[in-house]
Design a protein around this ligand. Structure first.
Ligand SMILES: CC(=O)SCCNC(=O)CCNC(=O)[C@H](O)C(C)(C)COP(=O)(O)OP(=O)(O)OC[C@H]1O[C@@H](n2cnc3c(N)ncnc32)[C@H](O)[C@@H]1OP(=O)(O)O
Length: 246
């Protein structure tokens, strides 16, 4: 009996700890989602002036984006991705993608040229992924004319910095294995690794057409600042955070 009740106590204690951990993770995600502008902490990253490009970057909730920009983002995603979706069992449905891109939880980085025309975007979310608080990159899409000039890497650096500032543990994304540009970009260019939750079947490797990739974000030395932290570890579009890809 004595032993039995000791075990029960241990289990209750473990459950309490797990619940407390989950509540802390959810608290961080909620705090991040309440920010007015997650890029307010990253002023130097609001401009990209390199390799002949002169661009501005803003961060908005999908609910604050104008309909033209949402439609542009959907059209470009469809143009770039439909064939890739259709060449595996995912398939492509306009309605599903539109719904995913406009769910209230969606945040966007929108990149515009000097005439204010959009040229690239990231759709991301602050979320819990199997008990872990993460920044999940749902979509990164650039028009052809601005590719291979370091812009994609710069935008992912912004996500990594936002993850660091809001105390998310990872930046994650899903990519098709047959999207070689994307695989080379994330795995070779940015050193993302296959995440432990990526479905894996060593016997039938061809069974899954996608990977879930991630990069762990090293936590702040002191974690008492919360999502509103504004400490100055960013200068001239470069950050000095340990976990970032800069
Ligand atoms: C989660 C998802 O959204 S998956 C879908 C990803 N999106 C797409 O496939 C849409 C179409 N493609 C694109 O929008 C862009 O090509 C992206 C986002 C994949 C890459 O963005 P870019 O700005 O072109 O990449 P960037 O110039 O920052 O490249 C950084 C590094 O990644 C690697 N890389 C990027 N693109 C490629 C490529 N096509 N082939 C090989 N390596 C590449 C290189 O190492 C590169 O460094 P280098 O140019 O010094 O050699």
């Amino acid at each position: 009996m004595g032993r039995k009740s000791a075990k029960g106590k241990e289990r209750r204690q473990k459950r309490r700890e797990e619940n407390a951990k989950m509540a802390a993770s959810q608290g961080k995600v909620d705090a991040a989602n309440k920010l007015d502008d997650p890029m307010a902490m990253l002023e130097p990253f609001k401009k990209f002036e390199r390799n002949g490009l002169s661009l501005t970057i803003e961060c908005k909730r999908v609910t604050d984006l104008d309909l033209d920009t949402i439609e542009w983002a959907f059209d470009m995603t469809k143009k770039n991705m439909q064939a890739l979706y259709e060449s595996c069992d995912f398939g492509w449905k306009d309605r599903d993608k539109r719904e995913e891109m406009t769910e209230d939880k969606a945040w966007y980085l929108i990149v515009r040229d000097l005439e204010k025309k959009p040229v690239a975007f990231i759709h991301f979310r602050f979320d819990i992924e199997i008990d872990v608080e993460v920044v999940y990159c749902y979509e990164i899409q650039l028009i052809e004319g601005v590719r291979r000039k370091g812009l994609g890497k710069f935008l992912m650096q912004i996500l990594e910095l936002m993850a660091y500032k809001t105390e998310m543990k990872k930046v994650m994304m899903t990519t098709f294995k047959h999207n070689t540009d994307s695989v080379d970009f994330f795995r070779k260019g940015l050193k993302y690794e296959v995440d432990e939750i990526s479905p894996d079947d060593p016997v039938f490797d061809e069974g899954y057409c996608y990977w879930i990739l991630s990069k762990t974000i090293q936590p702040k030395k002191s974690s008492s600042h919360g999502a509103s932290a504004t400490e100055g570890n960013v200068t001239n579009g470069h950050c000095h955070s340990e976990g970032c890809c800069c």
